[in-house]
Design a protein around this ligand. Structure first.
Ligand code: PLP
Length: 386
């Protein structure tokens, strides 16, 4: 067969694929599998946002927009950064992308050269190291401790800095850990970045899903060294609309726009109109976000207590909608543990392998309390469970 490119061959096949395809197989065979593997809100996109999209279609907003997004949407994002994050990004220092993922992709390609080192606190979202490696740069995991709630220790970060370090990737609240980094940690990381001239890429896509902690944007402490990434997917239950955005130093944003202009061009015009409603109709949006947050909090409390009662050590996540359970009692290897949980309990979870989290699996609680209760009932007979 025709040979694939070196880049295509370098992409690591996901260790989660095995579990996911087995889950699909079981489903096709009529087995009732409960999936806690996806990172997606179970709520529908709020009505006011859907209505704005329909109206945009009827008005004929169905053509190309500016590559970096409509002026109205960039204005609304600039205002959102000011209002909710205390960040000053003028509309020309903002760009709109097809999902947070594309913002990250553009950012890495705009900022990284082959051989550059990128510090990534572990456990991490699987796409960071893969995207970084595609640019030819080198992802360097920086370990965090379960006992510290997976919060980064700035001194450990500092110890990983070399003359080749160019960037730090932060994700707070984090996937898969739910860790929220407190202001003093962010201040210390910002100071390191300034001292060593590093770019901080901060992925704040879960910012509205925080429970007992305070979410602060690190861009407040080091504005010239920070690129802030966000998006509509998780906050407004808009995963399928594909709207992400970024704010940062103007020359970085312009370089990201150049990459986008030669690849996907603008994000969907209709989705941009929907995102504009999400960011400007504050009352309706805030009501939705607050309701979703309370639902996630209740589910989190229930699933954490339930997993612990089963004998599976589970730190309380402060944000996002994931928990990391220690499954070494079920099997020391998390891939095997996830396999047993699927085969014996008919519950699909994600092994920590790709997240840099050995001995643990990730469960998403973006699903109904009823389903979560059923999950706990199904897990109860597994070894290690009380
Ligand atoms: N960042 C993190 C940490 C995520 O978990 C996800 C989605 O799972 C994304 C970014 C990308 O979201 P989207 O591309 O839908 O905006």
């Amino acid at each position: 067969p025709f040979t694939l490119s070196a880049r295509a061959l370098s992409l690591k096949p996901s260790a989660t694929v095995a579990v996911t395809s087995r889950a699909l197989e079981l489903r096709r065979a009529g087995v009732d599998v409960i999936s806690l593997s996806v990172g997606e809100p179970d709520f529908d996109t709020p009505v006011h946002i859907r209505a704005a999209a329909t109206a945009a279609i009827e008005r004929g907003e169905t053509r190309y927009t500016a590559v970096n997004g409509t002026a109205d949407l960039r204005e609304a994002i600039s205002e959102k950064f000011r209002r909710e994050n205390g960040l000053v990004y003028t509309p020309d220092a903002v760009t709109v992308t097809s999902g947070g993922k594309q913002a990250l992709f553009n950012a890495f390609f705009a900022l990284l050269s082959p051989g550059d080192e990128v510090l990534i606190p572990a456990p991490y979202w699987v796409s960071y190291p893969e995207m970084v490696a595609l640019t030819g740069a080198v992802p360097v995991p920086v370990p965090t401790r379960k006992e510290a709630g997976f919060v980064l220790d700035p001194e450990v970060l500092e110890a990983h800095i070399t003359p080749r370090t160019r960037m730090v990737v932060l994700n707070s609240p984090g996937n898969p850990t739910g860790a929220v980094f407190p202001p003093d940690v962010l201040q210390a990381v910002a100071a390191s970045a300034q001292r060593h001239n590093l770019m901080i890429v901060t992925d704040e896509i879960y910012e509205h899903l925080v429970y007992d902690a305070e979410q602060v944007s690190i861009g407040r402490y080091a504005p010239d060294h920070t690129l802030t990434i966000n998006g509509a997917s998780k906050a407004y239950a808009m995963t399928g609309w594909r709207i992400g955005y970024a704010g940062g130093p103007r020359h970085v944003i312009q370089a990201m726009n150049a990459f986008q202009s030669q690849s996907t061009s603008n994000a969907s015009s209709v989705s941009q109109a929907a995102a504009l409603a999400a960011l400007t109709q504050h009352e309706a949006t805030n009501r939705f976000v607050a309701g979703a947050r309370e639902a996630y909090r209740e589910r989190r409390d229930m699933i954490v207590a339930g997993l612990r009662a089963l004998g599976l050590p589970t730190p309380t996540p402060q944000g996002a909608f994931y928990v990391m359970a220690d499954t070494t009692l079920i099997h020391p290897d998390e891939l095997e543990a996830a396999g047993r949980i699927l085969d014996e309990a008919k519950v699909a979870v994600v092994p920590g392998t790709d997240f840099g989290a050995p001995g643990q699996v990730r469960l998403s609680y973006a699903t109904s309390l009823e389903k979560l209760h059923e999950v706990l009932r199904r897990l109860a007979p597994l070894p290690g469970s009380a």
